[in-house]
Design a protein around this ligand. Structure first.
Ligand code: G3P
Length: 220
């Protein structure tokens, strides 16, 4: 499973990129607003840090303007992925940009039917928002299971399942068991993945016991 980080915070991206575990970045208009920074400038900077796909979302909602915005954003770097909403105009934009060789991430997916449309429109990624479905009392992970199953029946669908709106480590583990291609993860949740109280307790005991031996591994 590939790990993307879901943030426009460049300091967080740099910090987590240093782990060597980061495969890409996703942003959205809300995350850009949170960063308080200029959109083009921040995407350019992120593309200089991460070699993998960096999603930048269009702001318009009509086909003509989305297409112009998408083409403009795609010029920033070869690893920019244009993010479009799952609407009729968004999918038209997806088809046109994909046919031109630009990677597209179709966002705001909440049903398997929508995911089929995105694959037919040539999307490189489909972003089902599982946390927002859970918030409504629905089962977000069930949607991932459905999409993975459907896509696996059609080798001509090249779209990767990018699990979005992740709220906790269990979302990632369960999506990985289902064979989802990518998780885009908030920085806080990536850090939670490392944690287990038995790891902390075990390490504390090993450190104490090692000190009792009076030995060092590296020669002075
Ligand atoms: O970037 C899209 C998605 O991950 C947003 O998540 O937490 O706003 O539902 P959230």
């Amino acid at each position: 499973m590939k790990f993307f980080i879901d943030t426009a915070d460049v300091a967080e991206i740099k910090d987590l990129a240093s782990t060597g575990l980061l495969d890409g970045v996703t942003t959205n208009p809300s995350l850009i607003a949170q960063s308080g920074r200029d959109f083009i400038e921040v995407i350019t900077e992120i593309c200089g840090i991460i070699d993998g796909p960096v999603s930048a979302e269009v702001a318009a909602t009509d086909f003509d303007t989305m297409l112009k915005e998408g083409r403009h954003l795609a010029k920033i770097a070869s690893n920019v992925v244009i993010k479009v909403p799952l609407t009729p105009d968004g999918l038209k934009t997806c088809k046109t940009l994909s046919d031109e060789g630009t990677m597209v991430n179709v966002t705001l997916c909440f049903s398997a039917a929508q995911a089929i449309l995105a694959a037919k429109a040539g999307a490189s990624f489909i972003s089902p928002f599982i946390g927002r479905l859970d918030d409504l009392g629905q089962d977000g992970l069930m949607l991932i299971s459905d999409i993975v199953e459907i896509y696996s029946q059609y080798p001509e669908f090249q779209t990767e399942v990018l699990v979005a709106s992740i709220r906790n480590p269990n979302h990632i583990v369960e999506a990985a068991k289902m064979g989802a291609d990518v998780s885009t993860i908030p920085p806080k949740v990536i850090r939670q993945l490392y944690n287990h109280p038995l790891t902390d307790q075990g390490l504390e005991a090993f450190v104490k016991d090692w000190a009792k031996t009076g030995q060092t591994i590296l020669a002075a």
